[in-house]
Design a protein. Structure first.
Length: 136
């Protein structure tokens, strides 16, 4: 992602950014499901959450950024260095996009594809089962 400020200021830049991210995710992960989760007074429209075989990432809008959080980001290859948030976390990683930033769309699409692949990895199931001990 480039920090170069090439776009003029826009009142609705966050919605436009999230719409573009949505299109990239849908193209990189055919069959992806988008839901709105975690509604709260400070975010009444909720958080966009994209899943395919498990959670891929979420998209949240804040006053100064759009935050894309990858559920298993710490395990994903990021050769272009898109992750710029949550770098100390053991599981998640985030991409914070500020007004005027340009997202490397090819690298982002590769991250989405890697997340889908991680969700489909052997031994990973979307629903975990518990062994129930037999009754005596």
């Amino acid at each position: 992602m480039s920090n170069s400020k090439t776009s003029p200021p826009s009142a609705d830049w966050r919605a436009a950014t999230l719409a573009r991210v949505r299109a990239l995710i849908e193209a990189a992960a055919p069959g992806v499901v988008e839901e709105r989760k975690w509604r709260k007074p400070s975010n009444p429209s909720g958080v966009a959450a994209w899943s395919l075989g498990g959670l891929i990432c979420t998209g949240e809008t804040y006053k100064d950024k759009v935050k894309l959080t990858f559920a298993k980001g710490a395990a994903l290859p990021d050769p272009k260095g898109l992750f710029n948030g949550g770098l100390d976390g053991a599981v998640r990683r985030a991409i914070d996009i500020r007004e005027g930033d340009r997202l490397d769309e090819k690298a982002f699409s590769q991250l989405v594809a890697a997340a889908v692949k991680a969700n489909a990895a052997p031994g990973k199931s979307a629903v975990r089962s518990r062994k129930i001990p037999p009754r005596s």
